[in-house]
Design a protein around this ligand. Structure first.
Ligand SMILES: Cc1cc2nc3c(=O)[nH]c(=O)nc-3n(C[C@H](O)[C@H](O)[C@H](O)COP(=O)(O)OP(=O)(O)OC[C@H]3O[C@@H](n4cnc5c(N)ncnc54)[C@H](O)[C@@H]3O)c2cc1C
Length: 263
């Protein structure tokens, strides 16, 4: 009899190495790094729009969305937020140049816009903008989407795909004395809530996740299987700090909002 697969006996996931082919400035604080390499031929079907890889910088791992993947050209693009001198991945991307190498594990992922939705509610800060843009890329021309994106300023707008039924609201942090995600949360909570079957993708700074989760589940009573919501990063914590405290954060949030009942 074969042993059941557990995290302990699962074979290690392959680490692949790719090379920077070129970089593009998507906006002043967003740099696109396009990677190439034979290792990309080993990547299977990418059925989701939130596919991410774990980039390895020495012993440190950083998680990034695949913005687009071109199988014919064997290229993979990742959009990095340039958030200052702190950290590993942001500064690395800001100075990346052709020929630089990076290794990664993955991709993982699990969400794509559902054809059952009447309205796609896509909400995020700039760290989730690559996943939101990837979702908009695959929506049918007549799909209805309400999109809320928080960025540093109007200079951070970027072209997004979508037909006449896609409404994009950009929220600019420099116009409000608020923390990451606060103005975004307010914008979502005060907008008209769409009628019909709403399916939501809500990601970004952890501090906006609590109020938006409460809003969607408790106030708007959106069924849980119609919502993908989680924090991608947290102010004041690096990725290691956020990932190691995320479980506690989620448990506390669920206890507060679900009365301790796991649903
Ligand atoms: C599934 C998933 C997909 C993601 N996709 C993307 C993506 O496509 N593009 C992207 O840019 N990010 C993405 N992120 C977020 C990214 O992993 C984090 O922002 C990560 O912390 C960046 O690593 P770093 O080495 O630059 O900074 P860290 O060393 O992790 O942090 C250093 C400092 O910078 C702060 N910081 C981290 N991120 C930001 C930010 N965005 N803005 C302002 N301050 C920040 C931290 O709070 C900390 O104080 C994703 C996260 C997840 C979980």
């Amino acid at each position: 009899m074969m042993d059941a697969m557990t995290p302990q006996n699962r074979p290690p996931r392959p680490v692949r190495t790719v090379t920077v082919l070129r970089t593009e400035n998507v906006s002043p604080l967003m740099v696109r790094v396009i990677f190439a390499g034979d290792a990309l031929a080993e990547i299977g079907d990418l059925a989701y729009t939130d596919h991410y890889v774990k980039l390895k910088f020495g012993d440190v791992t950083r998680t990034y969305t695949i913005r687009w993947f071109d199988r014919d050209a064997q290229e993979m693009a990742i959009d990095f937020v340039v958030h200052g001198d702190e950290g590993i991945a942001g500064p690395w991307a800001a100075s990346a140049k052709p020929g630089d190498e990076v290794s990664f594990v993955g991709p993982g992922g699990g969400w794509a816009p559902s054809p059952d939705a009447d309205v796609h509610l896509l909400v995020g800060d700039e760290s989730a903008l690559p996943a939101i843009a990837a979702a908009l890329d695959v929506l049918p021309a007549d799909a209805r989407a309400e999109v809320f994106v928080e960025v540093a300023s109007a200079a951070e707008h970027q072209p997004l795909a979508g037909g006449d039924n896609v409404a994009v609201r950009w929220i600019h942090r420099d116009e409000r004395a608020m923390g990451y995600g606060e103005a975004l949360t307010y914008a979502v909570q005060t907008a008209d809530f769409p009628a019909g079957r709403v399916e939501a993708f809500v990601h970004g700074n952890a501090d906006m996740i609590k109020p938006l989760r409460h809003y969607l589940f408790n106030e708007r009573e959106v069924p849980r299987d119609q919502v993908s919501i989680s924090g991608y990063w947290r102010t004041g914590l690096n990725e290691d700090g956020w990932q190691s405290s995320k479980r506690e954060f989620v448990e506390q949030m669920e206890a507060e909002q679900d009365g301790g009942v796991r649903v």
